[in-house]
Design a protein around this ligand. Structure first.
Ligand code: CA
Length: 238
């Protein structure tokens, strides 16, 4: 993953904005603040990204090419409690009210200063940290009898400590963050090996195989890391 030191896991922010220069400058400001940034330029992409990367915050522009940001807000809210800050036009009072009614947590009016936007972002992050939505103190992922202690960088399977290599650890983390949901091959490669990885995608399968040998009761008949044929893998928290 792109996070630097373990134990200082970066919080993820999804920026939904089709105007590329704006998305880029907002993304840059967020990275400077220490966030890991993902960008979506359409509503459909935004919904998929929320599912895939499980962000800690969404910045959502109301003006999107195919669907209104308000519809996207409604769809995200239907499946996630992630804090949402809407980006609205100055004279669109109705959008602001509608956004808040649909479950957005705050809005920022365009044009905004980065300083103002970052202050709002930090406020939302603090609020969700207090409400327990984000636990960045000592993050432990649990599911399917597997425990992944991200600070200690330790893995336990059915209570027994298991040694994982760094990429195996990152891969398991990626899978477990999307427990019971599809992890596509592209997303896994992107998260574990980085977006500029152009190596053999067999690398992914080899690492999956090694993880299964360490995690599965019967590696030839896996129940924790299952294959979604032609798509990717899924970590099953049964
Ligand atoms: Ca826009």
């Amino acid at each position: 993953m792109t996070a630097g030191a373990r134990g200082e896991m970066k919080l993820r922010v999804l920026v939904v904005e089709d105007e590329r220069p704006l998305a880029e400058s907002v993304g840059y400001a967020l990275e400077v603040e220490g966030f890991e940034v993902f960008v979506a330029s359409t509503g459909r992409e935004a919904i998929n990204r929320v599912r895939e990367v499980n962000p800690s915050l969404v910045l959502l522009d109301v003006m999107l090419p195919e669907s209104s940001g308000l519809d996207v807000c409604r769809q995200i809210r239907a499946e996630s409690d992630v804090p949402i800050i809407m980006l609205t036009a100055r004279d669109a009072e109705a959008d602001k009210v509608a956004g808040l009614e649909l479950g957005a947590d705050d809005y920022v009016t365009k044009p905004f200063s980065m300083r103002e936007l970052m202050a709002r972002v930090r406020a939302q992050i603090r609020r969700s940290a207090r409400s327990g939505a984000i636990d960045d103190s000592n993050e432990i992922l649990r599911g399917g009898g597997v425990e992944l202690d991200l600070d200690a960088h330790e893995a336990r399977v059915d209570g027994a400590s298991v040694k994982l290599r760094p990429k195996e650890f990152d891969l398991l983390e990626s899978l477990m963050r999307r427990a019971n949901r599809l992890s596509t091959r592209d997303v896994l490669i992107d998260e574990v090996w980085g977006p500029s990885y152009f190596g053999d995608t067999k690398t992914l399968d080899v690492h999956i195989k090694r993880l299964r040998q360490k995690l599965e009761r019967d590696p030839s008949n896996p129940s924790r890391i299952v294959t979604e044929r032609g798509l990717g893998y899924k970590f099953v928290d049964a």
